[in-house]
Design a protein around this ligand. Sequence first.
Ligand SMILES: Nc1ncnc2c1ncn2[C@@H]1O[C@H](COP(=O)(O)OP(=O)(O)OP(=O)(O)O)[C@@H](O)[C@H]1O
Ligand SMILES: [Mg+2]
Length: 362
Amino acid sequence: MTAEAPIALENVSYSYGKGDMRKQILFNISTSIQPGEIIILTGPSGSGKTTLLTMMGALRSAQEGSVRILGQELKAAKYRTQMKVRREIGYIFQSHNLLDCLTISQNVKMALQLAGVSNRDGKARIKNVLERVGLGEHLHKYPSQLSGGQLQRAGIARALVNRPRIVLADEPTASLDKQSGRDVVELIQELAREDGAAVVLVTHDNRILDVADRILHLEDGHMRSLTEAVSEGTSRMLNLLEKHDPNQASYLATFAFALARVAYADDKVTMEERDEMRRILKEFAELKDSEVNFVMEMSMMQKRAQTELSNQSTQEGFDGERKQLLVDSLYAIAEADGRVSEEELQEIHAITAEFGLENRAR
Ligand SMILES: Nc1ncnc2c1ncn2[C@@H]1O[C@H](COP(=O)(O)OP(=O)(O)OP(=O)(O)O)[C@@H](O)[C@H]1O
Ligand SMILES: [Mg+2]
């Protein structure tokens, strides 16, 4: 018998308000999430992400459909069942929710006490978890003495100290700069993998999508597959590129997708590879920074969704100079993090073969 997924939703719908004011927010959502799996939940503001996440976290009662969390049905569940489930979940919110009057280590200790762990066992665990999030030097500081990124990491330590089987994070990077945001997400990822927790991470931040094993996309309360989201995003990207230069649009899109393929070849896109991709795209087309980012993230999403948008005819647009530029750029991405891996080389060979390009010997 295979064990039940820690999170299993079936035909879940949800409405706020009563009578005439009643408004349906979630529509027939079904999905299940396995131990060790990291899900990123995306979607526009107001699409229902927080509502769905709080329902998974037993912080909001289920109304319609089945919400099974750690084997417990939460629809029409007793308060006691909800509480029991909540104790097995680590919550990470946008604001860190630490108590200002307690030190970092006392804040983490409180979470342990709430879970009924004895003081003696607790001490070592607190120290260990705070070291894992890089706060070993700051155990006895108060929240007001730490930076935003450090506070968010303390919040993660507090959420994870009980080794929860489910981790739910709502916009954990919203108040952080680019690098700390990425660090925080990679930290959640690492800890979740080690402990085999199922993770759901809500984010607006396209820069961290590559951390996910799977991306779920909400649009007006409907769950959409990544493929559907990508095809919509792709047409937006092409519109944007066409406004700049109609003749270049599909060529650029193809070009960006080829770069993404190399960046993804070894399954991990590093910061250096992203920077290099951004640099090449920027040099290449007169786009604003935000547009470059959008094109870059879209092509990475395409790669994730395995939906190639480029039609064959765009490949004909690659004349001699452009061919060389593409080949050079592919190598530049592969080399960005200091070494070219076997997977990256293979992907470059595959792309150059598909495009009928001559691959310079290396
Ligand atoms: N307590 C509430 N009562 C009534 N309506 C609510 C309540 N909470 C949220 N809503 C509405 O439900 C919809 C979904 O809200 P939700 O907070 O789930 O969106 P979200 O996707 O998390 O948005 P954001 O990205 O802005 O955080 C919105 O239209 C919101 O106005
Ligand atoms: Mg929200």
